[in-house]
Design a protein around this ligand. Structure first.
Ligand code: FES
Length: 158
């Protein structure tokens, strides 16, 4: 069992909010992700059992959304949008800069387990491109100087 009692209770609570059980899949995945830090088959099975939907429906939803990592990630998951608006305003160069600063390649985690760097599709903040999401927070209108400040703040925070 991966999900703790608190997560299970919160998932059960969500089921009651919708006319159809399957509508609780995304809230359930979000709850599980916040507790576990990533999602996997074991989590999908537990969620399917709790909300009484087929396992495949949970797995399909989870694998569709890139915001749910499927493997363990660092404390700070850096998701850089590389879609059209962000790409036009330097997303590739931003990713290269982050790779250089963190001494990792896209898809990797730093040795201290603090940062994981990935690219993702549009995060719906195109007007403030280039942008990235770190855990639940958006960082927008990014420049190299801003990235330096953000990484430094997170390193201090630990
Ligand atoms: S293209 Fe980057 S947020 Fe939409």
């Amino acid at each position: 069992m991966i999900l703790n009692d608190n997560s299970k209770a919160r998932i059960r609570e969500r089921v009651g909010l919708y006319p159809r059980h399957k509508s609780a899949i995304l809230p359930a995945l979000t709850i599980a992700y916040h507790q576990v830090g990533h999602l996997n088959d074991e989590v999908y099975k537990e969620i399917a059992k709790i909300i009484k939907v087929p396992y495949v429906e949970v797995a399909e939803a989870a694998t569709f959304y890139t915001m749910f990592p499927k493997e363990p990630v660092g404390k700070y998951l850096i998701q850089v949008c590389h879609n059209i608006s962000c790409a036009l305003l330097g997303a590739d160069s931003l990713v290269e800069y982050l790779e250089q600063k963190l001494d990792i390649k896209k898809g990797e985690t730093t040795k201290d387990n603090l940062f994981t760097l990935v690219t993702v599709e549009c995060l719906g903040s195109c007007a403030t491109a280039p942008m990235m999401q770190i855990n639940q927070d958006y960082y927008e209108n990014l420049t190299r100087e801003k990235v330096d400040r953000i990484l430094e703040e997170l390193r201090v925070k630990g």
